[in-house]
Design a protein around this ligand. Structure first.
Ligand SMILES: Nc1nc2c(ncn2[C@@H]2O[C@H](COP(=O)(O)OP(=O)(O)OP(=O)(O)O)[C@@H](O)[C@H]2O)c(=O)[nH]1
Ligand SMILES: [Mg+2]
Length: 529
C-alpha cells in the first residue's frame, strides 16, 4: 500500500481524519453516518487510548463526569469515595441498556426509525412491509435499535423530501416523541432529499438511506485489505454526487456577499474525492493482480471449483464449514461474509472439489457495491458449478431466489451449470413434503447445513452436476504423461482404463480444460486401429 493510499483510505473510513484532511470547517456529512464508530465523532465522545474503545456519552453520563462537591477527606476516605464514585459511574453505564458490547467494544445503541415507500404502479417482489422488516434486520446488524417504522403509498416520490409533506410532519412528531437519533429510508435518497429532511426534522436527527446503511455494514465487517478498499471505493462513489451544495453555509456565513464561494468549494471537494477514487482504484488493481496470481496458482492444481452463492443469511458459510471443517464466521446477521474463502472438499469416494464461499446478495443491492465487488465476484464466473443456497424456511424464499438470480444475471454467469440447495429444512414445518417437492425437480437438493443432514446427497449431486459440465473423451495417454493420468483420475470420472504398448487408453468425463490438454492424445487414440 502506498503512503498516499494509506492516508487517503484511512481518511474516508474515519471521518475524523477526513475532517482534518479537507481542512476545517467542512460540513460534509460522514460517509456512513450511522455506525456507532462514526457517531462518536459527532457527540464528542472519548476514545480510550489504552484499548481504542469508544465510549459514547449520554447527557446523563456527561453530568455524572462533573466533579461532585465533596468535603475535604482523609486519604483513605478519599480512596473510598473515589471507588464509590467509579462504581456509581460503572453502574450507570450498566443500567443504561442502550450501551452494548459489540466486538469487544462498548457502544451506544442509537434509536432508529424506518421509513418506506410503496410505489402504487410498481409490482415489487418484496412487499413494503417485508422490505421494511429486512431493513430492520440490516439496522440490527449495523448496531442500531429500531423503535418504530412507517410507510407511505405514492405514485411517485416527492423530489424535495421523497415522501409527502403530511407524512414528513407525522414522522417528525413520532421521532421527537421517541427520542430517535437516526431516520433510515428504505430507498436511495438524493443529496437534496437527505438535506431537506434533516433540516425539517431538526435537532441532531440524522437521515440516511438503505444504501448508506449497507455500505456502513460492509465497512464495519470488511476484514481484509481488499474488502476495505472495495468498500471505501463504493462509499466514495456514493458520496461524490452527494457533495453538492454542502458548502452553501460559507455563503450564509458571509452574508451572501461572496457569491459562488460554496460552488467553488464543491468543485474543490469533488476534485479531491475524484483524485482519491483514482488512487484507490489503482491500489485495488495492484491488490487484485496479486490475488489473481494466487488464484492462477490455485487453478494449476487441477480440481473443479464450485461456488456457493445465495441470499445473505442463507447458510453458505455454515455449509462450507460443515463440509470442510473451515472456520468461516457464520452467524444470524446479514452480510457475515465479505471475502471469498476457498476450501477443498474430500468426498467419500476419494474425489474432491474446491468450494468457494462468497458475499451474500440482497434485494436493492447498491449498484456501487456490486461494481466495487465485481472483482471478488469474478471468482464466481470462473467456477465449474454454482451452488445456489436458499433458506427454504424463510417466508420470502421465492423472492430471495429471484433477487439472487437478478444479481447473477448482472454478473453474466448464466452459462455456468447451477445446483439449487434448499437449506434449513430442519426449520420447516413439514420437511417430508419439502423433500418430495425437491425430488420432482432434478436440480434441487434438500439439506440442513447446521445439522449436517443431506450432505452426502449434496456431494453426490455436485458430482453429477460436475459430470454434466465435463467433456467425454477417449484418449491414449503415453506412459511419460503419468501425472496427467493421475490428475484425470482425481478430477474426472474415469469409466475405462486399458494399458497398451503405446500408453494408457482411457474413456472418461473430464473438465473442459483437460479435454483441451488431451486433444493431441485424443487424435492419437483416433488414429489407433
Ligand atoms: N436452523 C438452521 N439454521 C441454519 C442452517 N444453516 C445455517 N443456519 C443459520 O443461519 C445463520 C446464517 O448462516 P451463515 O452460514 O452465516 O449464512 P451465510 O449465507 O453465509 O450469510 P452471509 O455471509 O451473511 O451471506 C446462522 O445463524 C446459521 O447458524 C440450517 O441448516 N438450519
Ligand atoms: Mg457467510
Amino acid at each position: 500500500m502506498s503512503g498516499t493510499g494509506t492516508f487517503f483510505y484511512g481518511s474516508v473510513i474515519q471521518p475524523l481524519i477526513r475532517y482534518h484532511y479537507l481542512s476545517p470547517p467542512i460540513p460534509i456529512r460522514p460517509l456512513c453516518c450511522i455506525s456507532p464508530l462514526i457517531t462518536s465523532i459527532h457527540s464528542n465522545d472519548a476514545v480510550s487510548p489504552q484499548n481504542g474503545t469508544l465510549r459514547f456519552q449520554t447527557e446523563h453520563q456527561q453530568h455524572s463526569e462533573e466533579p461532585l462537591p465533596v468535603p475535604s477527606l482523609s486519604a483513605a476516605e478519599e480512596n473510598k469515595a473515589t471507588t464509590k464514585l467509579r462504581k456509581k459511574k460503572e453502574d450507570d453505564v450498566v443500567s443504561d441498556n442502550r450501551f452494548k458490547l459489540r466486538n469487544g467494544r462498548e457502544v451506544f445503541e442509537e434509536k432508529a426509525y424506518l421509513v418506506g415507500v410503496e410505489r402504487k404502479n410498481d409490482v415489487q417482489d418484496f412487499g413494503i412491509e417485508e422490505s421494511l422488516s429486512e431493513l430492520s434486520q440490516l439496522v440490527d446488524t449495523a448496531g442500531l435499535l429500531v423503535v418504530g417504522s412507517t410507510y407511505q403509498k405514492l405514485t411517485s416520490p416527492n423530489p424535495r423530501t421523497y415522501i409527502g409533506s403530511g407524512k414528513v410532519s407525522e414522522i417528525k412528531s413520532a421521532i421527537h416523541a421517541l427520542g430517535v437519533e437516526t431516520v433510515i429510508f428504505d430507498d436511495e435518497l438524493s443529496a437534496g432529499q437527505l438535506r431537506n429532511l434533516e433540516k425539517i426534522f431538526g435537532g441532531d436527527v440524522r437521515v440516511c438511506d438503505r444504501t448508506a446503511l449497507i455500505l456502513d455494514i460492509f465497512n464495519q465487517r470488511a476484514a481484509t485489505h481488499e474488502a476495505s478498499l472495495q468498500v471505501s471505493l463504493a462509499q466514495m462513489e456514493y458520496q461524490l454526487p452527494r457533495l453538492t451544495k454542502m458548502w452553501t453555509h460559507l455563503e450564509r456565513q458571509a452574508g451572501g456577499k461572496v457569491k459562488g464561494m460554496g460552488e467553488k468549494q464543491i468543485e474543490v471537494d469533488k476534485r479531491i474525492l475524484r483524485n482519491q477514487i483514482g488512487i484507490l482504484k489503482k491500489e485495488l488493481e495492484s491488490v487484485r493482480k496479486h490475488r489473481k496470481q494466487y488464484r492462477n496458482r490455485r487453478f494449476s492444481v487441477p480440481v473443479a471449483v464450485v461456488s456457493l452463492v445465495g441470499y445473505t443469511n442463507a447458510g453458505k458459510s455454515t455449509l462450507l464449514n460443515q463440509l470442510t471443517g473451515a472456520d468461516v464466521l457464520a452467524e444470524d446477521k446479514l452480510f457475515a461474509t465479505l471475502d471469498p474463502t476457498t476450501r477443498r472438499v474430500q468426498m467419500k469416494n476419494g474425489k474432491e472439489f474446491l468450494l468457494t464461499d462468497t458475499v451474500g446478495f440482497i434485494q436493492k443491492l447498491p449498484t456501487t457495491l456490486v461494481a466495487a465487488f465485481r472483482a471478488t465476484l469474478e471468482e464466481i464466473s470462473e467456477s465449474s458449478l454454482l451452488v445456489h443456497v436458499v433458506d427454504i424456511s424463510h417466508p420470502l424464499a421465492e423472492q430471495q431466489i429471484n433477487a439472487v438470480d437478478k444479481v447473477l444475471s448482472e454478473l453474466d454467469v448464466s452459462s455456468i451449470p447451477k445446483l439449487i440447495v434448499w437449506n434449513k429444512v430442519d426449520k420447516v414445518g413439514d420437511p417430508q413434503k419439502l423433500r418430495l417437492e425437491a425430488e420432482k425437480r432434478d436440480d434441487v437438493v434438500c439439506i440442513s447445513a447446521l445439522s449436517g443432514n443431506g450432505l452426502q446427497e449434496f456431494c453426490n449431486a455436485v458430482q453429477d452436476k460436475l459430470k454434466d459440465s465435463m467433456v467425454w473423451v477417449e484418449a491414449l495417454v503415453p506412459f511419460e504423461n503419468g501425472d496427467l493420468l493421475s490428475t484425470i483420475h482425481q478430477v474426472g470420472m474415469v469409466e475405462k482404463t486399458e494399458y497398451t504398448e503405446q500408453g494408457t487408453y482411457i474413456k472418461a468425463h473430464v473438465p473442459l480444460r483437460f479435454a483441451r490438454m488431451l486433444t493431441p492424445m485424443r487424435q492419437l487414440c483416433v488414429s489407433q486401429p
